[in-house]
Write a protein that binds this ligand. Structure first.
Ligand code: THU
Length: 172
């Protein structure tokens, strides 16, 4: 530890990697729904299509896809479109899982991880409902990367409540 450092804080995180065919049928269906949603992506600038599907506790599935704009920052990520649509169409209904996929040939790894802004939005949806949201990520192929909660993907998140001195559980 270098001089003048009072303490160090470490965030530990975990994702699980599974074969698509090994997943329970309802998660396979959710991933397929996200792939269908990607067909509606509007990504002429990045050519990076993203599809998302939110599984709600009432059985409904809400889809979203990224929607870009000529004025680049005006566009919106696919998972945020889906989560905001779920929140506006089914207020108060628990989000159990969110699948986020990209069929894009530009995706270079097994999974792409949601951007920071989307992680913050997923985290707040999770905190608001008080139960974890499972995150499923898939690019091409059979490999699915899963996180048991949004919080697990969002180390040292912005937290206005934390300003009051509360220490998030995962920070040691
Ligand atoms: N994108 C998403 O839809 N989700 C993410 O988590 C990261 C990026 C979109 C935004 C943009 O339309 C394209 O992918 C390239 O950044």
């Amino acid at each position: 530890m270098s001089q003048n450092v009072m303490e160090s804080r470490t965030w530990t995180s975990k994702v699980d990697v599974a074969e698509f065919e090994q997943l329970p049928k309802h998660l396979q269906a959710l991933l397929k729904s996200a792939h269908h949603a990607a067909d509606n992506a509007y990504a002429p600038y990045s050519q990076f299509q993203v599809g998302s599907a939110v599984q709600l506790s009432n059985g409904e599935v809400v889809q979203g896809s990224n929607q870009e704009n000529m004025a680049y920052p005006s566009g919106m990520c696919g998972e945020r479109v889906a989560v905001f649509a779920a929140g506006s169409q089914h207020p108060g209904v628990t989000m159990e899982a969110v699948a986020i996929v990209s069929p894009s040939q530009n995706a270079i790894a097994d999974a792409f991880m949601p951007c920071g802004g989307c992680r913050q939005v997923l985290l707040e949806a999770e905190r608001r409902q008080g139960t974890p949201i499972q995150i499923l990520l898939q690019v091409r192929g059979e490999v699915v990367t899963m996180s048991e909660s949004a919080a697990n993907l969002m180390p040292f998140a912005f937290d206005a409540h934390g300003l009051g001195g509360e220490t998030p559980a995962k920070i040691k």
